[in-house]
Design a protein around this ligand. Structure first.
Ligand SMILES: [Zn+2]
Length: 154
């Protein structure tokens, strides 16, 4: 396998669905953080056929990984410290997603008032359904429109 440098401290996000790495890069706000990122696309995978891998060198508590679970909870998160994997982290769906998804209801207050935080809450954990906190509009992946490059989320 292609080896793109060794990480001292950071994350290796493995088993990303092929083609999704750039989207994850944006969701995590990596363009705004001072960290080195290696994106490996279309790597061979025995399980998945093709997959993407994202290597991020950064202090491990500087990044909120909850959003990954929303994007794809099959991603494997390896936490690296002192050059070794210290933890394989399981992903859990975030209870609330702030400033990542955008509500598509034209009558929603977030569509009318600029500057309001876009907040979605986990309405159904089994079905992985998120709804707008303000108008209860269901988020559907088909009209995916993300709040670009935002990294102020809790
Ligand atoms: Zn709404």
């Amino acid at each position: 396998m292609l080896n793109v440098g060794k990480i001292e401290e950071g994350f290796v996000l493995d088993h990303i669905k092929a083609g999704k790495a750039m989207s994850i890069y944006h969701h995590l706000g990596l363009s705004q953080l001072d960290c080195t990122v290696a994106i490996i696309m279309n790597a061979r995978s025995n399980i998945m056929g093709r997959k993407d891998i994202l290597k991020v060198e950064c202090p491990i508590d500087s990044m909120d990984l909850n959003i990954l679970a929303f994007i794809d909870h099959n991603i494997t998160v390896n936490v690296i410290k002192d050059g070794a994997i210290i933890e394989k982290r399981a992903l859990t769906l975030p209870i609330q997603i702030k400033n990542v998804l955008k509500c598509h209801n034209p009558r929603c207050i977030t569509s009318i008032e600029q500057g309001l935080p876009h907040i979605f809450y986990l309405a159904d954990e089994q079905e992985e359904i998120y709804r707008c906190k303000y108008c209860d509009e269901k988020y559907s992946e088909t009209d995916a429109d993300f709040v670009k490059d935002s990294h102020s989320r809790n």
